[in-house]
Structure formats: structure tokens, C-alpha cells
Design a protein around this ligand. Structure first.
Ligand SMILES: Nc1ccn([C@@H]2O[C@H](COP(=O)(O)OP(=O)(O)OP(=O)(O)O)[C@@H](O)[C@H]2O)c(=O)n1
Ligand SMILES: C[C@](O)(CO)[C@H](O)COP(=O)(O)O
Length: 385
């Protein structure tokens, strides 16, 4: 369902055929995992959610497997062989949409993974009155001309802007502009290609979060050094079940019921970690509909959440858990739980806190019908001391 129901039908192109030579990564930068998923997938998801239909992705011909993996499960994607330059990759994307003839097209760099929806809306809105529109930010530094390490002059920065993507165009205009392009110098963006045809390009407000991942340090610098998440879970107490709490089996007249071992405490911790990296919740990764998790030990869920955090570039700083129940008494088991959780999460025991409270005999926990748990997790960026 398009998010911008009142805008004309628009398609999108993501150019992802570059080699990322300046980024110094082991893969072309658009396929590197960044904040939990490949760089390319971030803006692909955002454009599709905004209603782009279809989305052409220009890729290097030898990167088809990487692209398919990065975009797995997304609909309305057309993979297109890109070219030797960004311009050639855009042109290939435009030609691939020729059968669709969308009214508008957004052209976006895969290397700009964070794409705020309001920017998309501003660019599309400007196309009502202009054949092209670009998001841009003001220049806040002094711009100097230099020669051989010496300043030779300065530019009037009030006349300059830092141009970002997605750049929006009336499709027919940008297609014919690319077909007609015969400039001497390679254009660094598509607005230049449209302007070469004498067409006007509107400038709308960009967003700092749209920054392009260009150099190796951009991959580290863009992630916050510390992230926090919270988790909450409840399971019912039932006769004939084992009671697993905090990774420990506890003697009690009832146990917790659920699809897995129903360890409510570990589940809250899993959700806290997933929340901190913005990667769904326990149900996303271990759906109760999946028979593999029937009776499964929740310890593996916690280990998986920690490995997802690690893929996103984070290690666990500390975990704080509160178990809410009338019985059993948690105090005697606290340190064993801390030890077990620390082992599962691969951290020191002093980075794990286990607390417990009753609800003064009130509510479902007070009546002994179930146990609740809430947790907080702090994650620290791997390279942050
Ligand atoms: N032949 C090319 C060159 C670049 N791009 C895309 O254009 C965007 C912006 O280019 P840039 O950040 O310069 O990426 P690379 O060309 O990959 O990087 P580098 O210049 O460091 O090699 C990127 O999403 C890149 O994949 C493309 O589709 N086809
Ligand atoms: C299109 C662009 O992102 C607008 O700022 C930029 O020009 C791309 O330049 P690159 O040298 O291809 O990274």
C-alpha cells in the first residue's frame, strides 16, 4: 500500500553497481552488513514502503548472488546490469523501467542507507511544479580554494549546497535527458543531466542522516557508540511443566507454558538486545509457528540475539533483568542465573543483574497464574573503548 497515496505513481532506481574502492571493506560497500542488514537493503525497504513500484536496482553483473541475498524476500525488484560509471548505471535503470513508464522516478545511491521518509515526500511533492528535484543541505564550513597546500581563495558558501539523493524526476524527462547526454565530463549526479536539457531542478531540504558511506571510517562513525533496548514477556504457569528461568531449571510445583521452554526471563533479555539493534523481536526470529522451536532451550535464542548484535557491530555492555512473580523465591537462584546468562551472552558476571519483585499478591502474577519479566540491555559499539 503506497504511503503517499496522493502522489502520482512513482518508480525508483537504486544504483548499486560501484566497487566501493574508497570504503576499504571486504565486499563492495553496498553489500556490507551495517546496522543489522546489508547497506543496500536499508533504502530498498524504505523506498518500497513509500510505494515505489517497481524498484530497479543496478548491480555489477558479477554481484548477482550478493544482490539477491541482500534483497531476499522483497517484492517488486528488478535487477539490472549497471555500467562502468554511475551515469551508465542510472541509464540502465531508466531503460529497464521503459516498459512501465512511471510518471515519476526517484534515483538513489545504495551508499546512502538511511533514507528518512520525509525527504522522499518532499522530493515527490516538488515534482508537481518542477521536472526535477534534489534534496540538499547548506554548507556550514568555509570553502577554500587551495594550491600546493596553500589557501588561494574562498567560495561564497551561501551560493553552495551539498546535494544528496534520492533525486526525483518526471520519468519521461530524465529518460530523454540521459539518452541525449553528450557532456564532455562525467556528471556526478542526475540533476546535471536534466539541467543539460535546459530543465529546472528544484532544491528541497535534505537530511544529515542521508550521509553517503564513502570511506572506511564512515562505517564506524555513523553508528552510535551505545544503544539500549528493553524487553518484556509473560508466560502462564501450568501443572506438569518444567520451570526454566534465567537459563536455570528450578524446582517448583508448576512450570511455564509456551512453545519453547518458555523461559520468560531469557525471552525478555532477547527482546532487549534485539530492541537495541532495531532488529525485530523474539517472534520475528523464532516464530511459534515454526516447529523447530518446540520445546527449544531459550539459551540458543539469547546466543542468537548476541550474534545478531555482533553482526550489527555491537557487543553486550550489561544486562539488567527483573523477574516478577509471587513464587518461587528468586533470591536463592539469582547468582546461578547471573552466571548462566553471562555465559550465554559471553560477558562477565558483574555485567549481569538479576532482580526480583512480587506484585503484592495483585494481578495475575500475584495470583500465581503466571510470571512476567522485564529487561534492559546496553550494547556498546565494537570499536568503542
Ligand atoms: N559504475 C557505478 C559506480 C557507482 N555506482 C553507485 O553509485 C553510488 C554512489 O557512488 P560511490 O559512493 O562513489 O560508490 P562507488 O563508486 O562504489 O565508490 P568508490 O568511488 O569509492 O569506488 C553507489 O551506490 C554506487 O554503487 C554505480 O551504480 N555504478
Ligand atoms: C549522486 C551524489 O550522491 C550526489 O551527491 C554524488 O554526486 C555521487 O558521487 P560519487 O562520486 O559517485 O560518490
Amino acid at each position: 500500500m503506497p504511503q503517499f497515496a496522493d502522489t502520482p505513481r512513482f518508480a525508483a532506481i537504486i544504483v548499486a553497481a560501484g566497487t566501493g574502492s574508497r570504503a576499504g571493506q571486504s565486499l563492495p560497500k553496498q553489500y556490507v552488513r551495517w546496522r543489522g542488514k546489508p547497506v543496500l537493503r536499508h533504502s530498498a525497504e524504505t523506498l518500497l514502503a513509500a510505494g515505489a513500484q517497481p524498484l530497479a536496482v543496478a548491480i555489477a553483473p558479477d554481484a548477482a548472488d550478493l544482490a539477491r541475498e541482500a534483497l531476499a524476500g522483497l517484492d517488486s525488484i528488478i535487477l539490472v546490469d549497471g555500467g562502468a560509471t554511475r551515469r551508465a548505471s542510472v541509464a540502465a535503470g531508466l531503460e529497464a523501467l521503459a516498459g512501465e513508464r512511471p510518471e515519476h522516478v526517484l534515483i538513489h545511491d545504495a551508499a546512502r542507507p538511511t533514507l528518512p521518509q520525509p525527504v522522499i515526500a518532499r522530493v515527490l511533492a516538488a515534482l508537481d511544479d518542477h521536472p526535477g528535484a534534489i534534496p540538499a543541505l547548506p554548507v556550514v564550513d568555509t570553502i577554500a580554494r587551495t594550491k600546493d597546500g596553500i589557501m588561494t581563495g574562498q567560495e561564497d558558501r551561501t551560493a553552495l549546497a551539498r546535494v544528496q539523493t534520492p533525486q526525483g524526476f518526471r520519468y519521461a524527462d530524465i529518460l530523454s535527458a540521459h539518452r541525449a547526454w553528450d557532456g564532455d565530463e562525467e556528471p556526478t549526479d542526475d540533476a546535471q543531466v536534466l539541467r543539460a536539457e535546459g530543465k529546472e531542478v528544484a532544491v528541497v531540504a535534505g537530511d544529515e542522516r542521508l550521509a553517503k558511506l564513502t570511506f572506511a571510517q564512515d562505517f564506524a562513525m555513523q553508528a552510535p557508540p551505545v544503544r539500549t533496548g528493553t524487553g518484556f514477556d509473560v508466560h502462564a504457569l501450568a501443572e506438569g511443566e518444567d520451570l526454566w528461568l534465567g537459563g536455570c531449571k528450578i524446582d517448583h510445583d508448576k512450570g511455564l507454558a509456551g512453545h519453547s521452554d518458555a523461559d520468560v526471563a531469557l525471552h525478555a533479555l532477547v527482546d532487549a538486545i534485539l530492541g537495541a539493534i532495531g532488529n525485530g523481536d523474539i517472534g520475528t526470529h523464532f516464530p511459534p509457528s515454526d516447529a523447530r522451536w518446540k520445546g527449544a532451550s531459550s539459551g540458543q535464542f539469547l546466543q542468537h540475539a548476541v550474534s545478531l548484535a555482533s553482526e550489527a557491530g555491537y557487543r553486550v555492555g550489561n544486562l539488567d533483568l527483573t523477574i516478577i512473580c509471587e513464587a518461587p523465591k528468586i533470591g536463592p537462584h539469582k547468582d546461578t542465573m547471573r552466571e548462566k546468562i553471562a555465559e550465554l551472552a559471553g560477558i562477565q558476571i558483574d555485567a549481569v543483574s538479576v532482580k526480583a519483585t512480587t506484585t503484592e499478591k495483585l494481578g495475575f502474577t500475584g495470583r500465581g497464574e503466571g510470571i512476567a519479566a522485564q529487561a534492559a540491555a546496553t550494547l556498546i559499539r565494537e570499536d568503542f573503548q
